[in-house]
Design a protein around this ligand. Structure first.
Ligand code: 6R9
Length: 684
């Protein structure tokens, strides 16, 4: 366990985002419009009383009852192997059945998914629940033929196309644990995740559109297989979906015996039915990799029963999803938001979920609003980065289109009150509520948010805790930081909830040390009260109980809502021969919220040059992907260090952000700070 304790040490907080948090003043309240309240799933404030601590954990049966079970649970929450919580023990269900089959009785011909390809001339494709049923069954038949069975892992490296949810639901039907890797990640990054999860099958696609370019995606699969092999994991089969038969895939090189086009395999399974397997509620549904302090990504393991009940419940009460809504979450299914709130939550509730292939501002900033108008979207869900971008490039665009949202969400990073108000006024047109939802890959679903018909929204704050979640802000000495004190601390959740991840795949000690060890005083305790969940975010709580999230307190940088580990970035930079030392720090950015700046010190005998910068950039793109591209790379004479030789990221971050470096007199080389400051700040 000790190995990974550095996930939460003081050194980690050296470069924390929370340190550079922008401090906003308290904002006014925005109550929900009466039209929204009149139709909301939860409009009676008494709902909170059903989730108070004295009714915990049984309160969550309201969420589990939204699902169809083969067998009901015997125990709501089993804490005997703390902090590896088990929800709905004894229960049996199938996620694919809950998201697909059961809706055939009530609305088989309603669209489950509407796929909007990026090229605007291409027609959108509505996939009804019945068609989804057929496609999921046929793909499940393919997976079964390959010999995959419950408990095996499968990796998807797929963009935003409907084949991805089909593949996820097909895997879930058989109990195969899926691990979807964001398509923007490099082949090498996918390879690490394949190896870590022990997948023998990779599912990919020939190509897809992104900002006007048709990207060759299959090439990444070849790199991924190679990278996985280097780590000792053999991939036996690569299944390739054809996005553009004829146009593109004719050129796709296929490795004999390993690579197969999915449509060739499907031909043998037309109309085949694969009965959903009754699985234990505590069995894993999927892995979702996220970045942490050490270079190795963490495969967050989510359960079938706990996770699905939590996303169904929060989709109902927080997203206010009704079966006849047209719901569009413009996130990517490669991230947890897409898993929970494009696929599993909305489909469990039997609504219509929109999948958009492209970027928000391609070909122009009116695209999202044209899609909303054309499809009659009434619930819209996106990130502050997308809102900032749309506001910047097309501030008046929304007014040009006749669309009407009743509900809008923001997720993934703090939203500035200015940006919030633009979203409210221009996109919501004074008709929509906004929920600012704070949560994480690890948490499965929302932790902090307003109940939209009950609580007023307050720009810049996510709101109070979600139903049945009891947060607390703790300082480094485990003291509670009181609400209204204006002080920040580490936000923790005092209790387990159904959506919480079960473990880090293959790294149970790291799971305990990263998330639970910091505030646990008795490692043997089986009482959940002894195991506060450490979220890794800095936060304050106002006197009204609303939380404001300030950013990460660990070595994670949240770029446009995507988590990047500083260690991952630094190890990539260190693969360049000339580089002696590397430090990644967060810098405030107008559009992306935060970006990465890399500081590099070279080995003796090398001089700074644009070529070395280019090599560092290329190394990061190869190892992680284009999303990790630094805003700036600074080749500096030396790194500011403590006497024990630790790089002082806090000092470097202050230089990048033009903030106060604090006391530097105890450094081993304080003189270098001034040199770096001059170099960087003059250049900016
Ligand atoms: C869902 C998701 C998690 C980290 C989290 C926090 C930041 C997420 C936020 C927010 C402020 C919000 N974060 N939602 N910060 N306000 N509404 O984003 O998961 O990719 O794991 O990121 O994102 O720092 O710890 P994930």
């Amino acid at each position: 366990m000790a190995d990974d304790l550095d996930d939460v040490t003081d050194e980690s907080s050296e470069s924390s985002e929370a340190l550079i948090a922008v401090h906003w003043r308290e904002e006014g309240y925005y109550p929900p419009p009466a039209s929204f309240v009149a139709q909301a799933n939860a409009s009676d404030p008494a709902i909170r009383e059903q989730f108070t601590e004295d009714k915990y954990p049984d309160c969550f049966t309201a969420y589990a009852d939204l699902l169809t079970w083969y067998k009901k649970w015997d125990t709501v929450l089993d804490t005997s192997n703390a902090p590896f919580w088990k929800w709905w023990v004894g229960g049996e269900l199938n996620a694919s059945y809950n998201c697909v089959d059961r809706h055939l009785e009530t609305h088989p011909n309603k669209a489950a998914l509407i796929f909007v390809p990026e090229p605007e001339g291409d027609a959108h494709q509505a996939i009804t629940y019945r068609e989804l049923y057929v496609r999921v069954n046929e793909f499940a038949a393919v997976l079964r033929e390959l010999g995959l069975k419950a408990g095996d892992r499968i990796t998807f490296h797929m963009p935003m196309v409907p084949e991805l949810p089909v593949a996820m639901l097909a895997a879930a039907r058989l109990g195969i644990i899926h691990s979807q890797v964001f398509a923007g990640f490099s082949g090498t990054a996918a390879g690490h995740r394949i190896a870590d999860s022990g997948s023998t099958v990779l599912v990919t696609i020939d190509g897809y559109y992104r900002s006007g370019d048709l990207l060759d995606h299959k090439v990444k699969a070849d790199e991924a297989v190679e990278a996985a092999a280097k780590e000792g994991q053999q991939v036996d089969k690569v299944l390739v979906f054809r996005r553009y038969p004829g146009q593109y895939s004719a050129k796709t090189p296929m490795v004999e015996g390993r690579d197969v086009f999915v449509d060739d395999l499907l031909a043998a399974h037309k109309g085949e039915i694969v009965e959903p397997v009754a699985l234990k509620a505590t069995d894993p549904l999927f892995l979702m990799y996220t970045s942490g302090t050490t270079g190795r990504p963490k495969g967050c393991q989510h359960s079938i029963g706990g996770y699905l009940s939590y996303v169904a419940g929060t989709s109902k009460y927080y997203q206010d999803i009704h079966p006849d809504d047209t719901y569009w979450c413009m996130a990517d299914i490669g991230w947890i938001t897409g898993h929970s709130y494009i696929v599993y939550g909305p489909l469990a509730l039997g609504t219509t979920s929109v999948i958009y292939e492209g970027t928000p501002n391609y070909p122009d900033a009116g695209r999202p609003w044209r899609i909303a108008r054309q499809l009659g979207v009434n619930i819209f869900h996106t990130s502050p980065t997308a809102i900032r971008m749309l506001r910047k490039v097309g501030p008046d665009e929304p007014a040009k289109y006749d669309f009407h949202f009743k509900h809008m969400t923001t997720v993934g990073e703090p939203i500035e009150p200015e940006v919030w108000r633009w979203y409210y006024d221009n996109v919501g047109k004074d008709e929509a509520v906004i929920v600012d939802t704070w949560w994480q890959t690890e948490t499965g679903g929302f932790l902090g948010s307003t109940l939209p018909a009950i609580d007023s929204a307050k720009p810049g704050s996510c709101g109070p805790a979600a139903l049945g979640i009891y947060p607390v802000i703790l300082d480094e000495d485990s003291n509670e930081v009181p609400a209204g004190s204006g002080k920040a601390g580490n936000i923790c959740i005092r209790n387990p909830w159904p959506g919480v991840f079960q473990t880090i795949w293959g790294q149970p000690d790291r799971f305990v040390s990263t998330y639970y060890a910091k505030y646990n005083k008795d490692p043997k305790s089986t009482d959940w009260r002894d195991w506060p969940y450490f979220a890794g975010d800095g936060a304050t709580q106002a006197a009204d109980g609303y939380f404001r999230i300030l950013g990460r307190v660990d070595d994670v940088i949240n770029v446009a809502g995507h988590r990047l580990g500083t260690k991952e970035l630094e190890s990539a930079a260190l693969t360049v021969n000339e580089v002696a030392e590397a430090a990644a720090v967060p810098v405030v950015d107008d559009v992306r919220g935060r970006m990465v700046e890399m500081y590099i010190a070279l080995k003796p005998g090398f001089d700074a040059s644009p070529e070395i910068e280019a090599k560092v950039k290329a190394a990061i793109e190869t190892d992680i992907g284009k999303i990790a591209r630094p805003k700036n790379i600074w080749i500096v004479p030396d790194m500011p260090k403590t006497r024990s030789g630790k790089i002082m990221r806090r000092v470097i971050a202050a230089t990048s952000n033009f903030t106060d470096t604090g006391d530097i007199t105890t450094l081993a080389n304080p003189e270098v700070v001034e040199k770096i400051r001059e170099q960087v700040q003059t250049a900016k």
